[in-house]
Design a protein around this ligand. Structure first.
Ligand code: PRT
Ligand code: ZN
Length: 293
C-alpha cells in the first residue's frame, strides 16, 4: 500500500535535463500542477496526486519501494541502480532524454575493438553498467567511479578511457575524445511501483497511465486530410507514413475523387507532401493532434 493515504505520488527529477519534459507530460495528461511553498512536493489541484521532486538517482528506489506510485527517469539511471531487490516496472518509453552511454578514448590510444580495453582504467559514473558490459566480453579493466566531469579523466591521467553519456557529442569533441563503443541506448521511461496503491486509487492510477500513453503516442502523430483521384487511392494511401486504414469519403459532385483522412503515427515531412502531390493528391492539410486515446 502506498505510504500517503488518499493520494498518489509521481516521482520526477527536481532540477535537471528531465525536469521540464517530465512536468510537460504530467500537465499534458490533464493534471493541474500547483507549485506551493514546499519545493519537494508539488500538488495537483484537480486530482489527489502529488509530485515528489527529487534527484533522478533516487527515483527508481522510491518507486520500487512504493514511496511513489509512478516515476519518470532515464533508463541509464534505472539500469545502474538495478539490484536483486524489488524493481519498478517499466511501462513505456517517453521519447525524450535520449542519450547513449559510450566508451571514448583519446586519439593517441590504439584501438582495435573492445579487447583493446583490456588492462586499461576507465572512468565512469556508471560503474555497474560498465562492469556488466565488460564482463560479458571477458574484458578485465579497472573502473574509476567519478560523479561528474568524467570527460576530464584522461587529461588528468586518472584513466585512459571514459564511459559517459553522450547526446550531441560536443563534450567528447571539446575534450579530444573519440567514441568507440555503445554500452547503452537510453531515454526517459515511465516506471510503476510493484506496490499496489490503495484500492480507491487504482482506477485513477490506471487512468493517468492511459492518458500518458495517449500523450506519448500523439507526439509526432499528425492528422492528414487530402483529396485524391479514386484511381490513385491505393498509391496515395501507401505514401501516408504509419497510417492504419484511412477514412475515405465521397466528395460532393465528384465521382472521380474522394477525401482521405488519416492519422499518421510517424513524422510527415515536406518530402512526403511532395510525393503525395506527385501521386495526384490535392488540398493536403496536416494538422497536429492534441490528444489521442
Ligand atoms: O541532480 P540530479 O542527480 O537529478 O541530475 P543529474 O546531474 O544526475 O542528471 P542530468 O540532469 O544531467 O541528466 C538527467 C538525465 O538526462 C540523465 O540521467 C540521462 O538519462 C539524460 N540525459 C540525456 C543526459 C544527457 N542527455 C547528457 N548529455 N544526461 C547527461 N548528459 C551529459 C553527459 O554526462 C555529458 O557530460 O551531457 C554531457 C554530454 O552531452 P553532449 O551533448 O555534449 O554529448
Ligand atoms: Zn543524478
Amino acid at each position: 500500500m502506498s505510504t500517503v493515504q488518499g493520494r498518489l505520488r509521481i516521482a520526477v527529477q527536481k532540477s535537471g535535463r528531465l525536469s521540464e519534459r517530465s512536468l510537460d507530460l504530467v500537465r499534458d495528461a490533464g493534471l493541474r500542477v500547483v507549485k506551493g511553498n514546499n519545493d519537494l512536493l508539488y500538488r495537483v489541484e484537480n486530482y489527489p496526486i502529488d509530485l515528489l521532486r527529487v534527484r533522478d538517482d533516487d527515483i527508481p528506489t522510491f518507486v520500487a519501494d512504493g514511496v511513489c506510485d509512478l516515476g519518470i527517469v532515464g533508463e541509464n539511471v534505472l539500469e545502474e541502480v538495478r539490484n536483486g531487490g524489488p524493481t519498478a516496472e517499466v511501462l513505456m518509453p517517453l521519447g525524450f532524454g535520449r542519450c547513449t552511454l559510450k566508451i571514448a578514448i583519446p586519439p593517441t590510444l590504439a584501438y582495435d575493438g573492445p579487447a583493446s580495453l583490456d588492462g586499461l582504467r576507465i572512468a565512469t559514473s556508471y560503474p555497474k553498467i560498465l562492469r556488466r558490459w565488460l564482463d560479458e566480453r571477458n574484458i578485465a579493466a579497472d573502473i574509476v567511479t567519478m560523479r561528474g566531469a568524467v570527460e576530464v579523466a584522461p587529461r588528468l591521467k586518472l584513466a585512459s578511457a571514459i564511459c559517459d553519456l553522450v547526446s550531441t557529442g560536443a563534450t567528447l569533441e571539446a575534450n579530444g575524445l573519440a567514441p568507440k563503443e555503445t554500452v547503452l541506448d537510453s531515454q526517459a521511461v515511465l516506471i510503476k511501483s510493484p506496490v499496489a496503491p490503495e484500492a480507491g486509487l487504482q482506477h485513477l492510477l490506471d487512468s493517468i497511465i492511459e492518458r500518458m500513453a495517449g500523450v506519448v503516442s500523439s507526439q509526432g502523430a499528425k492528422y492528414v486530410m487530402l483529396n485524391a483521384p479514386r484511381s490513385a487511392l491505393a498509391a496515395i494511401t501507401a505514401i501516408l507514413p504509419g497510417a492504419g486504414a484511412p477514412t475515405v469519403m465521397p466528395l460532393a459532385g465528384r465521382d472521380d475523387a474522394v477525401a482521405v483522412h488519416a492519422v499518421c503515427q510517424e513524422a510527415v515531412f515536406w518530402e512526403t507532401l511532395e510525393r503525395l502531390k506527385a501521386a495526384g493528391a490535392s488540398a493536403i492539410l496536416v494538422l497536429p493532434i492534441e490528444k489521442m486515446m
